[in-house]
Design a protein around this ligand. Sequence first.
Ligand code: MSP
Length: 527
Amino acid sequence: MSKAFYITTAIDYVNGEPHLGHAYEKVITDVIARAHRSLGEQVFFLTGLDEHGQKVQQAAQAEGKDPQTYCDQLAVIWQRVATTLNLSHDDFVRTTQPRHLAVVQAVLAKMQAEGHLYKAEYSGFYSAKEETFLTDRDRLPDGTFDAAWGQVIALAEENYYFKTKPHQDWLVAHIQAHPEFVQPDYRRNEVLGFLKNNTLEDLCITRPASRLAWGIPLPFDKDFVTYVWFDALLNYASVPAAMGDPTAVAALGDYLDPAFRPSAAGHALWPADIHVIGKDIIKFHAIYWPIFLKALSLPLPKQILAHGFWQKDGQKISKSLGNVIDPVAVIQEWGVDAFRFYVTRELDIGADGNWTDASFQARYQAELANGLGNLVNRSLSMLKRYRGGALPPKSTDLKEDAEKATASTVAQLRAHQLQAALLSIWGLVNRANQYIDQTAPFKLAKDPNQSQRLDQVLYGLVETCRILAVLLWPFLPSSSTRIYAQLGLQKAPDQLAEATWGTLNPGHQIGEPSALFPRKDLAARNP
Ligand code: MSP
């Protein structure tokens, strides 16, 4: 059985509700997952929640709830948002699930047995806010610590450490030899720069259970729980292991509790093809995660793809500033595809972005309502009006334009250039709208001598709408399925192979046209 294309998102902390940044990451990952499915590949798309650690424990306490109840309640909300975003994930991992816990404990047992861990006392500084130890290197020139660390306390305690020293050289060599491993390139250069200029400190991978109860206990020392990042990163491997992925299962061997050993070999998933993450967590994914995997004798993921950060009106998005964008509210007002379109169209993966309501609304009106929506509505309505909704004989008007747009969209989807792919698709939308203006079918319809010409124009337009639906499916799955339904096609346009000119047959009867993106009175909204 060939390996599935395995793609993941970061798993979100469950200490609040989802905002634009979380939703953006999930949408771009979904577009890539759908694109690979549409290219005919088998795909496994994993997303989920990071439920352990001090932040969650404190957030639960603040609401007077025990952490598990707190997580269970929020997990319902986060999973509902995944559905609202129309994500096509195959599994939703929660780090409090027994299947995950069993794998984390097996990993700890294996690492301890194979000499990757040691126990030592640390005395120094600790940022509770970031759940991390600080060294003198983290001090500002005036000797203080940056306010971003929150309150920094002096601390002396024993913990378990992971030996990172043996790993630095091979990791640098790996990143140098595999330019695709960290993308975009500028992020790869940052990681290489960091590794060349710093010697990695051994990583503290536990917290005393007396200080932090909300974590996974070490199987060989119940006085300690795992560090939240160690726990969280392992989600990418724990789900494949639980599903019987042969590589992950073999690496855990007898360390995995027999109760959690899959009874049959599952589909091959590991290594992950892409971990999609935000730029703030690259160090964990491009440095610590590969090192952990190497220690476990597991192959490395093929790519860490780091996206940029969104701001709102030029400011950091934060609860205290009150400028958090709730994706669900936007979707309720504008529709899920308007949200998915805006975030993928506005930003190339990697770049930072700035959400303004005005730019969201302007793109909706120009590109969705007046662009795509208008094209589909005019084309289908004219076919209804002039030909009773039946396709005329095949023609090749617009064929070349559609084939060019298809070729570039497919190449861009393969390269995960989502913004560029949308530009190619809108090249065809604009060309077809312009073609209506140039050929003026409403004039042709008045002249009986032009009947054959009108046939050619109508076939070209309607077939172009069909091809657009196929190209758009990864981005706008619900609208593209609606276009297919309006074309009288009762399936999803989910295979790029169907973007072949001439697929609609003469005589085929289309369904009822209806507005895909109703125009909004923007002047009334923004007086
Ligand atoms: N739980 C960790 C990730 C563990 S992955 C093994 C975490 N959670 S988070 O909730 O803080 O962030 C989840 C993802 O959302 C991260 O990839 C982060 O970069 C992304 N974003 C959070 N705010 C964002 C923006 N304002 N803009 C874009 N993405 C942002 O980190």
